[in-house]
Design a protein around this ligand. Sequence first.
Ligand SMILES: Cc1cc2nc3c(=O)[nH]c(=O)nc-3n(C[C@H](O)[C@H](O)[C@H](O)COP(=O)(O)OP(=O)(O)OC[C@H]3O[C@@H](n4cnc5c(N)ncnc54)[C@H](O)[C@@H]3O)c2cc1C
Length: 480
Amino acid sequence: MAEKTTKQPHRVVVIGSGFGGLFGTKALRNSDVQITMIAKTTHHLFQPLLYQVATGILSEGEIAPPTREVLSSQDNVSVLLGEVTDIDLTAKTVTSHVLGRELETPYDSLIVAAGAGQSYFGNDQFSTFAPGMKSIDDALELRGRIFGAFELAEVMAARGQEVDHLLTFVVVGAGPTGVEMAGQIAELAHKTLKSDFRSINTRKARVILLDAAPQVLPPFGAKLGGWTQKKLEEIGVEVQLGAMVVEVDERGLEVQDKSGERRRIEAVTKVWAAGVQASGLGKTLAEQTGAALDRAGRIAVNPDLTLPGHPEVFVVGDMVALDNLPGVAQVAIQGARYAAREIDGRLRGKAPQTGFKYFDKGSMATISRFSAVATVGKLRLSGFVAWLMWLAVHLFYITGFKNQVTALLHWTVTFIGNDRSERTVTEQQIFAREALKRLQGGTADLVSAPSPVPTREELEERAQEEVRLTDSNRRGVKVG
Ligand SMILES: Cc1cc2nc3c(=O)[nH]c(=O)nc-3n(C[C@H](O)[C@H](O)[C@H](O)COP(=O)(O)OP(=O)(O)OC[C@H]3O[C@@H](n4cnc5c(N)ncnc54)[C@H](O)[C@@H]3O)c2cc1C
């Protein structure tokens, strides 16, 4: 009798549930593969709208749906929570950890889409006082700090104390995130909150946008950069260019101007929106392949997004250094879809695709309500038309119909009524991260270490003891 053989499906491991991870996984929906997605958060994150969570327009759920839910109808995927700490290219395994538990996952093909984090250009100590804008934790912490600053100012003003340092908000970095953040804090202070306080005048709050570069939004060109700066100043944002941050502390920051002169700005709330650093997994891969890393830690890949000597490993999105590709969502989405097509094509015996080609669909940034800038090919747009484009594109890309509807509702509240639906802040949002850092093992210290699995006899004994205590009315009876 012929021996029955069961063919194992091709195993694809996807690292990350961001734009690259999610879109790559979805693109393998109809392929004969078994996918394991490993990511360190339980959600997919629409990073471009983080600033709206930080300034009370959207809730975190609207931009960060559970990955498990998004992929629930795709039968060939398992989603695992865990931070990948190692990739062994020889053994073809990925090692991940969650709360002290280690897991090793084997792969036949690998898509690495672990993105990038905030860079403080070697001054990581700044992060304590100037959170970045990379995660839901960051956005909620910033929301807590921004609304908390107004609350504290009200109390101090009622006591007759000076509050300028509480009503000064500094955003570092005049790229799209910094511009959007500064514009929203200005609208919040000068419009949304103007009638809510009694002892302070929120319209007097200062919002400062700082950058060491000589212009706002350099990737949008000189004309749109100039237009954006004018618009920001019209809504009350002070734009300070050629200003390099050299020191940050709890109460303020020190800036060095182009002339070399140093000055201090007293500001309790600082937002860091300058600089990115690719995931440290790039270094792990570079050490095993000899591939080069650029200054931002991005790894040089082959034109087909694979690693030198490892055609089974694709790296996509913000981790990649190839042809000066920008760190934007479309690069990650298109790269991941390309990798998925290649994996599927190989299994179907198709010829390899030509190298990855990015199709630039344009860039946009909002400044305030009804006002944005956009570049699409050679087209340069500003004002209401650009804002409408921004609205349509962002609505289209928010994951899930449910989130699209609620986001639209919240935008109506904010853009028509100048209001914010998500102003709830908690003390934990602001302080919990610092408290966790004091635990030596981080969050792992909050749960017990994995204990040995009890034997059947032990479980039976425990159950019998429970029954005996109940049946003999021994509950609540003083022992000893
Ligand atoms: C505030 C902000 C605003 C932006 N605005 C825009 C915009 O308007 N337009 C635009 O096109 N782009 C914008 N971007 C850039 C865009 O979001 C990124 O280019 C895009 O997210 C890159 O996709 P990615 O898949 O490479 O990484 P990400 O989307 O960052 O995903 C990385 C994933 O990997 C996971 N991960 C990281 N390390 C590990 C690990 N060790 N183990 C397991 N999982 C890990 C993360 O949890 C995450 O799920 C913005 C980015 C930010 C931060």
